[in-house]
Design a protein around this ligand. Structure first.
Ligand code: ADP
Length: 210
């Protein structure tokens, strides 16, 4: 099965695009949702996180205090490494299990930090959702109620826009209003359906910039 890695900077529109693929009956495996589920109450990863970071990252009801954990790892590379060492193998394994149970011409692997977590080998093609940084900041401030400085810091922690574009097989330009997006994704969907019929998806080199 052809595996499309869907990625892009925060606020570029990955979730919006993933929903449109789902509406086209394309299976979407979402790394963020998986990571979220892996730290639910009672999951082994949550216990490991508590051991590594202390009870400060656990809410009174036993759930993960995401803000406390984010505050700890955001500016501390070593702590971030510790968290990644707990989470990444579990996320890989869950993605692999979910892939094994799928039957479809192609699927979308929505992995926001595809490059940062070195998961590019997991996918056959890379689809980047792109928009300028100013637009990312505006959209994320509005969506999450974060400060401009916080969004800038998150963007600075991710690979650059130019790096993503340089490594993309396909690019969706998500600057314009959402109206035309579904139509462009339908074109991309058709292109992926034809590519999925190729015997070697990597050799079928066709680039889409829509
Ligand atoms: P990501 O998943 O990449 O962080 P989202 O898909 O959540 O980004 O989009 C960020 C915000 O911008 C959301 O509130 C979404 O509704 C909005 N958005 C996404 N695409 C567009 C667009 N083309 N025009 C206007 N708003 C958009």
């Amino acid at each position: 099965m052809l595996k499309i890695g869907l990625t892009g900077g925060i606020g570029c529109g990955k979730s919006t695009v993933a929903k449109i693929f789902e509406s086209l009956s394309v299976p979407v495996i979402d790394a963020d949702q998986i990571a979220h589920a892996l730290v639910a109450i009672g999951q082994p990863a949550l216990a490991q996180i508590e051991v590594a970071f202390g009870s400060i990252v656990i809410n009174p009801d036993g759930s993960l205090n995401r803000k406390a954990l984010r505050d700890i790892v955001f500016f501390d590379a070593e702590k971030k490494y510790t968290l990644d060492a707990i989470m990444h193998p579990l996320v890989y394994q869950t993605i692999t299990n979910q892939l094994e149970s799928l039957i479809a011409p192609y699927c979308i692997l929505a992995i926001p930090l595809l490059f940062e977590t070195e998961m590019t080998d997991f996918v056959d093609r890379i689809l980047v959702i792109d928009c300028p940084e100013g637009m990312q900041i505006e959209r994320v401030c509005r969506r999450d109620g974060l400060s401009v400085q916080m969004v800038e810091a998150i963007i600075a922690n991710q690979v650059s826009r130019s790096f993503r574009i340089a490594h993309a097989n396909d690019i969706i330009d998500n600057c314009a209003a959402e109206d035309g997006l579904a139509e462009r994704l339908k074109k991309l969907h058709n292109s992926y359906l034809s590519l999925s019929a190729c015997r070697d998806n990597r050799v079928c080199e066709q680039h889409n910039h829509l």
